[in-house]
Design a protein around this ligand. Structure first.
Ligand SMILES: NC(=O)c1ccc[n+]([C@@H]2O[C@H](COP(=O)([O-])OP(=O)(O)OC[C@H]3O[C@@H](n4cnc5c(N)ncnc54)[C@H](O)[C@@H]3O)[C@@H](O)[C@H]2O)c1
Length: 342
């Protein structure tokens, strides 16, 4: 167990509550929760027995007792809150995606580096045992080379309308696909080479989104070619009717020698492995704690040991590069070359 850190969780929505529970389960102390909604902050404070609550993140981040500011806010707030917290000398753990643009990332990194604090990003699926298994099998050439992965995400119009706003959370190519890009990175162990994407707005006539000035692409199919020769395809939609019954499909991996099917970042269940003409079910070893708790433990240990966070700016920047390239490709109709962020 690393040093017991004092945490300020900013945002008391879905992820805010997940962060509070996971920091506590990881053995750390959540000292405060902040939300502009007094009702939500109070509810979370009472549910988890948190000593303090604030309506302004500046007050929470300025508390001298705090070691880590844990950000669970809409995307547009990731940069300003990270910068403010770093200026207060706090380590920052920020939910994915990293930011909306590289201008924002530059300012975040400058503030974090100047303060000499640690920065981690919430891509907890990287810690899934199922992913470790598929990654190892890919490295052992069980499937042969090159490989092709297909992933799908199918959802009805999101109840949090901001997720559809091109100036808010920027739709699924930004908000959701980063999890898949990270999974592909783990399995292929290679950098993307080029990205091609076509997309549209299925939900453009939905009255519940009519207040949004510019809707983000909510439905897309994208292909990514990797330097290794591997390929990935993503089919994503957040534009389906309320109560839509047809869900996404499991991840599938194909190679010249075999393949795999399952949710490669799931924490329970099994993955089907195909080798030549053989097929077998591989049970996934359960996790002792949630992936969020595991990522917080690893982040706290990195701070204590003075080593970089295992999932931080570099991964966040790579995922952002792919998301921005996909959006650019969908808008221009061109293949976009991947430029690796340094
Ligand atoms: N890692 C994951 O698997 C995962 C899953 C879901 C969401 N997320 C990410 O977590 C972040 C938050 O998502 P969520 O689902 O919890 O959203 P949410 O809408 O449920 O919660 C956000 C909260 O922030 C509060 N808020 C807004 N502006 C504020 C401000 N200025 N100061 C304080 N509070 C403010 C809102 O009142 C709301 O309660 C997003 O970046 C999202 O992409 C990550």
């Amino acid at each position: 167990m690393s040093k017991r850190m004092n945490i300020a969780v900013i945002g008391a929505g879905d992820m805010g509550n997940t962060h509070v529970g996971a920091w506590q389960n990881a053995g750390h102390r959540v000292v405060s929760v902040t939300d502009i909604s007094e009702e939500l902050a109070k509810k979370t404070k009472e549910k988890y027995g948190i000593p303090n609550m604030y309506l302004d993140y500046r007050e929470a981040a300025a508390d001298p007792e705090i070691d880590i500011v844990s950000i669970c806010l809409p995307l547009a707030l990731h940069a300003p809150v990270t910068i403010y917290a770093a200026e207060q000398g706090k380590h920052v753990f920020c939910e994915k995606p990293l930011a909306r643009s590289f201008e924002e990332v530059k300012a975040m990194e400058a503030a974090v580096n100047k303060a000499g604090v640690h920065f981690g990003i919430g891509l907890q699926r990287s810690f899934a045992n199922s992913l470790k298994i598929v990654k190892q099998m890919a490295a052992d050439q069980v499937f042969g080379h090159p490989m092709l992965i297909t992933s799908t995400g199918v959802a009805e119009v999101r109840p949090k309308r901001l997720m559809h706003d091109a100036n808010g959370n920027m739709g699924p190519l930004m908000d959701n696909c980063c999890h898949y890009f990270m999974m592909w990175k783990h399995i292929f162990q290679s950098r993307p080479k080029s990205i091609y994407c076509i997309g549209d707005v299925f939900a453009k006539d939905r009255p519940e989104l009519s207040h949004i000035e510019k809707l983000a692409i909510d439905t897309a199919v994208m292909s990514v070619k990797y330097e290794s020769g591997d390929m990935a395809e993503m089919v994503i939609t957040w534009g389906m009717a309320k109560g839509f019954q047809l869900g996404g499909r499991s991840d599938r991996l194909y190679g010249p020698r075999g393949g795999a099917e399952g949710d490669f970042t799931n924490i329970t269940g099994s993955i089907t492995i195909y080798e030549g003409d053989q097929r077998r079910e591989l049970g996934i070893e359960g996790h002792r704690q949630s992936l969020h708790a595991e990522q917080f433990q690893t982040f706290a240990q990195a701070i204590e040991q003075g080593i970089p966070a295992p999932v931080g700016f570099q991964d966040g920047k790579e995922m952002l590069t792919i998301s921005l390239a996909a959006i650019e490709s969908a808008v221009t109709g061109r293949i976009v070359e991947y430029k690796h962020p340094e």
